[in-house]
Write a protein that binds this ligand. Structure first.
Ligand SMILES: [Zn+2]
Length: 418
């Protein structure tokens, strides 16, 4: 009989429950990100254009409070500098550590100007190379070493990545001569109370396995190994692999499951997560298995995309409240990509927009733009002349060589599965 272990899952990991969708990283990065200087310069042109008027928004620079929501990491200072150079205003801070939107800031920000222009998102460090580069860390000149970026997000990810990697390394597949393929799973991944980890990973027995292997005295490989449970591998799992991968995996010698532990075959959660209405307060945790098992985008980048999407949603939801009905909001959210540039000896920021919403005053619903529409609009917008020369504010103008060094694009990354 096939058994299930789903009754051990916390309510919010229910595999049948729909989880709100997040934009696909691959789709977003089919466009190149922009230098933050260019993005702010083009935003100003867009705000002043007739096009935005058609969306019901009237730009009056005297009523504008430029706002930003982002992590407090010093590597993101370029965002403030770009806003300052273009507006001579110090941006109002609507952010919290970890690239989170602070809804409590709204009451104050609207009192400072009736048009809030929000630039915000999550951030991720990038170290370029010609093969797509790597995400999640950055060179820190003050310590002369690489460190995580976003430090907060990477610290949230780290224990999940460790447990996921350990599961991939310790779940073993084998196919003894003349037998069906079998899968040996450490007990802590079958039943969560067998694990002393705070982060629990549970394989989905119903999807990955097809019944327990019975001990037969004549077949020594069926004997129970302490700390492990032995099952037949679900035929559907093998059907979904290409022939070569299936052949490499199913040998008499046990092979690690590795990155083949796809998100449909496990759940992972923090058993001590702070909950609110039964859900983890940090909604990023709901998406953890998709972040860890993503095959076409590095986990730190995917985490930044998910985090930005969650907080953009919180922002647009918050500005719909009756109290903000009489104010205008233009909000563009996305992912900041931070690099350290040896040439200018500075942090440089790129920006990949993910969504733009315009909520004109007097209305609660807003006009929404897709990433495709944003890139299309921004591609044809001229760069507005900064109020103060970029050279004077940044110490350099447009570090185009840094933009050139960004080589990540769909297809440049695929995880080693076995
Ligand atoms: Zn950060």
């Amino acid at each position: 009989m096939n058994r299930t272990n789903r009754e051990w899952l916390p309510f919010y990991c229910n595999p049948d429950a729909h989880l709100p969708k997040i934009p696909e990283t691959r789709a977003l990065f089919s466009w190149r990100p922009m230098l933050i200087q260019d993005y702010i310069g083009k935003s100003i042109s867009f705000l002043e254009s007739d096009e935005i008027k058609d969306a019901g928004f009237e730009y009056d620079y005297r009523r504008v409070v430029p706002c930003r929501w982002k992590c407090s990491d010093e590597s993101l200072f370029g965002v403030d500098l770009a806003i300052f150079a273009h507006t001579r205003a110090y941006p109002f801070d609507k952010g919290k550590i970890g690239g989170q939107f602070n809804a409590d800031s709204l009451a104050a920000s609207v009192a400072h100007g009736s048009i809030n222009v929000d630039v915000g998102g999550s951030h991720v460090g990038y170290v370029p190379d010609e093969h797509g580069g790597s995400f999640g860390r950055i060179w820190r000149p003050a310590t002369q070493e690489y460190s995580s970026d976003c430090g907060h997000l990477m610290a949230v990810l780290a224990p999940f990545m460790r447990v996921y990697r350990d599961a991939g390394d310790s779940i073993l597949v084998s196919q003894p001569m003349g037998e069906r393929p079998m899968i040996s799973i450490p007990n802590e991944y079958v039943q969560p109370t067998w694990s002393s980890e705070r982060i629990k990973l549970l394989v989905t027995l119903g999807e990955l396995t097809d019944g327990e292997v019975e001990y037969k005295a004549a077949e020594p490989h069926t004997a129970t190994i302490m700390g492990r449970s032995l099952f037949y591998l679900h035929p559907k799992f093998l059907e979904e692999l290409n022939t070569e991968t299936a052949r490499c995996l199913c040998t008499p010698e046990p092979r690690r499951l590795g990155g083949l532990l796809h998100h449909s075959y496990f759940n992972i959660w923090d058993s001590e997560a702070e909950l609110q209405n039964g859900l983890p307060k940090d909604r990023l945790l709901l998406y953890m298995k998709f972040i860890l098992a993503a095959r076409h985008s590095p986990a730190p980048l995917k985490a930044a995309v998910v985090n930005a999407a969650i907080h953009h949603n919180l922002l647009t939801d918050a500005v719909r409240m009756g109290a903000y009905r009489d104010y205008d909001f233009v909000s563009i959210s996305g992912v900041f990509i931070d690099l350290y540039d040896e040439k200018s000896r500075s942090y440089v920021n790129l920006f990949q927009p993910m969504g733009m919403t315009i909520k004109p005053r007097g209305r609660t619903r807003e006009r929404e733009f897709t990433p495709e529409q944003i890139h299309e609009i921004f591609d044809r917008m001229p760069l507005a002349k900064p109020v103060m020369p970029l050279e004077q504010v940044f110490g350099y103008e447009r570090p185009e060589h840094v933009l050139e060094s960004f080589s990540f694009e769909p297809g440049k990354y695929s995880r080693t599965l076995l």
